[in-house]
Design a binder for this molecule. Structure first.
Ligand SMILES: [Zn+2]
Length: 463
C-alpha cells in the first residue's frame, strides 16, 4: 500500500507531541524507551479506533431518500444510526445511514453491507488474530496473551468462538470435497481441469487420543463412559533432498548412514474425530484434491495400526506400503531394554538387529526376537508385529528406490495438533470444539490459513 509521506509525517509529528504530553502528565521519574513505545502503541490504537469510525462515517456521504430492497420492494431513509463493532483497535462506534420501512420488514445499512460488517460483532481483522491465538494456546491463556498485543481485553469465549468459526469453515470445505469426490459427475469434471499430478507422493496416517468432556450430568453419571476419542489425522506430502549445506547435525549423522537425506515439503494435513470408514472418505477426498490418485507412485509411511493399513488397501490398492522406520527401530530398543539388564550385552544385541532391520532382513530380526521370547514378553509379542509387516520393512529396497522411510511428518503433525494444542493444560473439550479447533490448526499447518481468513471475511456478505 502506498501512503502520502507528507501526511504521514504530519500525523507522526502530532503523535509524538501527544505521547510526550501523556508521558509528562504521568510524572514518572525515569522514562525509558519501552515506556515510550507502549505509550505510542496506545496512542496509535486510539487513533485507529477514531480513524476507523471516521472512515466508515465518511463512506456513506450520499444519502438517498429511497433505495431498492433485496425483496424487490423499497427501503426509505430513516436516520444515521449508531453501530458498534469490535476491531483490532478495540470497540468502535460509528454512525451510518440506515434504511427501513419496506413491506418485508427488513432494515439495511449500505455501509455495513459494502464492507462486510456485522454490527455488534467482531470484525474479520480481529477474528483472524483471535483464531490464530486459539490454535496455538488454550483459550484463556490466549486471551491474556492477546491483551499484550492488542492492548485491550477480549473474552475467552470470543477467542473460542472465532477459532471454531474458522474450524467450521474448514469442516465445510472438507464436506464439500467429500461430496464432490463421491459424485461421479463432479469427479469427471475434475478430470478435465486437472492440476499436474506429483511424480512421487507420500501419505501418512496416525491417530492420537483426545479427552472429551461429558456433555451433561447424565453422561457424567454413566458408568464406564468412554471419554477418550481418537483424533485421526493424515498428511499428504512430497519428498525433497536436503543438500549437505542445509543439513542439521542430526541430518548429517543420518546422511552418513543413509547417503542422502530427504525431507517432506508441501505438507497438507487433514483430521477428524470419526469412525475409520468415515475418515476414509475424507482420506479419499483430500487424495483427489492433491492428485494422489494420479501420481506415478504413491507411498504410504505409517505405524502398525490395522485400521490404517485397511483404509490404504481399500482406497489405494497399488500404493507402496512402508512401516515407519522409527516405530520399527524403537520397538527393538524397547525389546533390548526389557531383555538385557547388562548394558554391553544390550547394546551388542541392538547393534546387530538394528543393522538387520536397516538392511530389510526382517527374517533375521524375527529370529533374534524368537530367541528372546522366553525372557521378554515384548519380544514374544513383537513376533507377530514383525511378521505381519514383513513386506513393509524392506528398508534397503525402499532406500535404494529413493523413498522416505520415516513418517516423522505425521508424527509431528499429530503432536502439533493434539499434544501441543488439544492436550494443553486448561484445555477441556466438547466433541465439536475439539474437532473444529483441530481442523483450524491443521489448516494453519497446511498453509491453508489465508483461505479460511478470506472465507471468514466473506461470511457477513453471505447472510
Ligand atoms: Zn424488502
Amino acid at each position: 500500500m502506498k501512503y502520502n509521506t507528507g501526511k504521514i509525517n504530519q500525523i507522526a509529528q502530532k503523535l509524538a507531541e501527544v505521547v510526550k504530553e501523556a508521558i509528562e502528565e504521568e510524572g514518572q521519574e525515569q522514562v525509558l524507551i519501552g515506556d515510550v513505545e507502549l505509550a505510542m502503541r496506545e496512542g496509535l490504537r486510539q487513533i485507529g479506533q477514531q480513524a476507523l469510525a471516521c472512515f466508515l462515517e465518511a463512506a456513506d456521504e450520499g444519502v438517498e431518500t429511497e433505495i431498492p430492497c433485496a425483496c424487490g420492494g423499497t427501503l426509505h431513509y430513516q436516520r444515521r444510526r449508531p453501530a458498534t463493532i469490535w476491531s483490532v483497535f478495540g470497540k468502535v462506534v460509528y454512525r451510518r445511514a440506515y434504511y427501513a420501512g419496506c413491506t418485508c420488514g427488513k432494515g439495511v445499512a449500505p455501509v455495513d453491507r459494502r464492507y462486510g460488517i456485522e454490527p455488534g460483532k467482531v470484525t474479520s481483522g480481529l477474528a483472524h488474530l483471535l483464531a490464530l491465538s486459539g490454535i496455538f494456546k488454550a483459550f484463556d491463556d490466549g486471551r491474556k496473551w492477546l491483551k499484550e498485543f492488542l492492548l485491550f481485553e477480549v473474552s475467552e469465549n470470543t477467542v473460542r468462538a472465532e477459532t471454531q468459526k474458522l474450524g467450521e469453515l474448514q469442516r465445510q470445505a472438507d464436506e464439500q470435497l467429500v461430496k464432490e469426490t463421491q459424485d461421479e459427475a463432479s469427479l469427471q469434471r475434475r478430470e478435465q481441469g486437472q492440476v499436474p499430478a506429483p511424480d512421487i507422493l507420500y501419505g501418512s496416517l496416525d491417530a492420537a487420543k483426545v479427552r472429551i468432556e461429558p456433555r451433561d450430568e447424565q453422561e457424567k453419571a454413566a458408568e464406564n463412559r468412554e471419554n477418550w476419542r481418537d483424533l485421526k489425522a493424515g498428511c499428504w506430502y512430497e519428498g525433497e533432498i536436503v543438500s549437505p549445506r542445509q543439513q542439521s547435525t542430526r541430518q548429517k549423522n543420518k546422511a552418513q548412514r543413509a547417503g542422502t537425506v530427504l525431507r517432506a515439503k508441501n505438507k497438507r494435513y487433514f483430521c477428524d474425530i470419526d469412525q475409520a470408514d468415515q475418515f476414509g472418505k475424507l482420506l479419499w477426498a483430500t487424495a483427489c484434491a492433491v492428485g494422489a490418485d494420479r501420481a506415478r507412485l504413491l507411498v504410504f509411511i505409517c505405524d502398525g495400526a490395522v485400521w490404517i493399513w485397511n483404509l490404504i488397501a481399500h482406497y489405494f490398492p497399488n500404493a507402496i506400503q512402508i512401516l515407519d522406520w522409527y516405530h520399527a527401530e524403537d520397538r527393538l530398543k524397547r525389546i533390548a531394554a526389557e531383555a538385557f539388564s547388562n548394558l554391553t550385552e544390550r547394546q551388542a544385541w541392538l547393534a546387530v538387529v538394528t543393522e538387520d532391520l536397516w538392511q530389510g532382513n526382517v527374517e533375521a530380526v524375527i529370529a533374534a526376537c524368537q530367541k528372546l521370547a522366553k525372557i521378554s514378553t515384548l519380544a514374544k509379542q513383537s513376533l507377530t508385529y514383525y511378521s505381519d509387516n514383513i513386506e513393509r520393512m524392506r528398508y534397503a529396497q525402499f532406500r535404494a528406490a529413493g523413498y522416505l522411510i520415516g513418517s516423522g511428518v505425521i508424527e509431528s503433525g499429530c503432536k502439533q495438533i493434539v499434544t501441543q494444542r488439544l492436550k494443553l493444560p486448561g484445555a477441556q473439550w466438547e466433541l465439536d470444539g475439539a474437532i473444529l479447533t483441530a481442523k483450524a490448526r491443521a489448516a494453519w499447518l497446511s498453509g491453508n490459513w489465508q483461505n479460511l481468513v478470506s472465507a471468514r471475511s466473506q461470511l457477513p456478505l453471505a447472510v
